[in-house]
Write a protein that binds this ligand. Sequence first.
Ligand code: UD1
Length: 418
Amino acid sequence: MTEINIKGGRRLKGETDVSGAKNAVLPQIAALVGMKGEGVIYNCPDIADVKTSVEIIRNLGGNAGLEEGRLYADLRNIDKFEIPAGPGGKMRSAITFCGGLLGRFGEVVFSEPGGCVLGARPIDIHLNGFKVLGAEVKYEGERIRVRGKLKGSKIKLKYPSVGATQNLIIAACFAEGETVLKNPSLEPETVDLINFLNACGGEIKVRDGCIYIKGEKDLRPKPYRVMADRIEAGTFLFAAAMTGGGISLRGITRKNMGVVWNVLEGCGCELKEEKKVLSLKAPERLKAAKEITVRPYPGFPTDLQPQLTAMLSVAEGRSIINETVFEGRNKHIGQLLKMGADITEEKGFIINGVKSLKGAEVTAFDLRGCAALCLGALGAEGESRIKNAGYIFRGYENFEEKIKDLGGEISILKLNRV
Ligand code: UD1
């Protein structure tokens, strides 16, 4: 069990770097398995989910490794199309290996993916998309087999699922003819995947909210630098804001932050961007945000909702957050209550800002919820202990070091990794 110990009440100050984006690099690594040759991705974060992706590539017969931010993958000897249940069960994004394997072999076998428990998390949009592309989907006990020669088609997604969009983009690069995705995810990480695939020889365009993919591409990996992690950056900005601090983050722009920038300004923070360094100065007391609805891009990102909830728990006045993406992304609420937050769950989360949280012993249940509890602890009076905190390694590179760079008092006891 991993534990995070935090002594709260210090204003975060100073500068740190933003890493490469977890949610951008994972589908890029997954897409590599459809390609022949050797690939390099720069700015790759050293996080547990990248290590799991490396393990999957090795299980498929390829080779891969990560050294000093450089992900290397040798895809020449990939000879299996079964995503292993072990590593495949550790993270939801293992399912995005399907697109590349289907393209390479016309067949893929996998299990229902694991990852954070945020509600039902079905995979029907992925499977329906594969069916529309002409594949057959068969359940074989715990395993799912998808097989067939793919033919480009028009696919209307019933919801702009990030993973399904990415999986279908990758698969469609190998299908015969053109594919059009209607109502797709247009998150910046999806656009980064498109840029990566285009750099590797793909022909993908975004027009009028749809994604057009030309098929039958012989994709070859090209060196690529993954985009900065807007979720990591947002986490640190919210942490600084809730401690009344002032920080600078290197490697991120205002454009990357989208609506998060406006939310922070609305709460009374001063933000500025200069040459890819983003700085925030918090007011003495944050103001409540009236009502924020979490939605697919360009809406407020669900991966920052728990951290926003933590921050608003000390903002003056009443804030309301409506989480519309994951119905089960609320496990941090009960833990923030233990720290003295005043939050009620009705249709949305109704947050009455308290003056200050109090250190407590709390438990993390998922990755972003764990980050939220760290924020609560950093802003609280006294000491906190966050149990079951190994999740943090899944999404944050050098979290302990970076929080220390910013003057936070934190220690992570790596008794085990999730
Ligand atoms: C990705 C991100 C995750 C983020 C989420 C939403 C990665 C590696 N993970 O996850 O961090 O929280 O986007 O921005 O990029 N759904 C279905 N059927 C499907 C697929 C999804 O009903 O086949 C539903 C889900 O249950 C959920 C919603 O769609 O309610 C959004 O899920 P989705 O966008 O697919 O998230 P992920 O790709 O899993």
